[in-house]
Design a protein around this ligand. Structure first.
Ligand code: AR6
Length: 169
């Protein structure tokens, strides 16, 4: 059974086996969580990302997928980069958002990570409504077949924390 926990705060201040990044397809950085992870984790993360781009991910990481790198100076062994969908009013992209959580947990299992910290993927710059993002995140993790012992959602503000708390018993 995977334990789901919630904390309010900055994901780059967490101690975990793996920290998930809400990245974009380029894997080369951006704003939000992504910017903070690269800033605090140092250049080793970007170096790994560039290698991925030079190799298997020449066209970038597709939406809904996940890939791991070093965590650099963060207090974790790995960063798992996943690309959330941009929210759309005309198209239901929920499956892609669920896929981010599922695929990240698969990478975590492959690495033997037991604690994984997630941000609320897509709910910032990519515009996903927080309540729905929280519902998809919690439901997907609950239904995942994974050996990860703790999934910790790290929520940046009170509104996000409350949205996730409302999904838990
Ligand atoms: N710790 C925890 N949560 C955070 C932090 C932090 N340090 N910073 C922001 N959040 P976002 P997205 C929250 O925008 O929507 C980047 O440019 C934030 O309040 O980081 O998936 C990438 O390169 C929000 O609830 O990710 C992509 O281009 C949530 O984390 C694009 O943004 C996700 O916000 C991805 O957009």
């Amino acid at each position: 059974m995977t334990r789901i926990t919630l904390v309010r705060g900055d994901i780059t201040r967490q101690t975990a086996d793996a920290i998930v990044n809400a990245a974009n397809s380029s894997l080369l950085g951006g704003g939000g969580v992504d910017g903070t992870i690269h800033r605090r984790g140092g250049p080793a993360i970007l170096e790994d990302c560039r290698k991925l781009r030079a190799g298997h991910y020449g066209k970038g990481l597709p939406t809904g997928q996940a890939v791991a790198t070093t965590a650099g100076e963060l207090d974790a062994s790995w960063v798992i980069h996943t690309v959330g969908p941009v929210h759309s009013k005309s198209e239901d992209r929920s499956d892609l958002l669920a896929s981010c959580y599922r695929e990240s947990l698969k990478r975590a299992d492959e690495l033997g990570a037991r604690t994984v910290a997630f941000p609320a993927v897509s709910t910032g710059i990519y515009g996903w409504p927080m309540d729905d993002g929280a519902r998809i995140a919690v439901t997907t993790v609950r239904e995942a077949d994974t050996a990860v012992e703790e999934v910790r959602f790290v929520l940046f503000d009170e509104q996000a924390y409350e949205a996730f708390a409302a999904q838990l018993p």
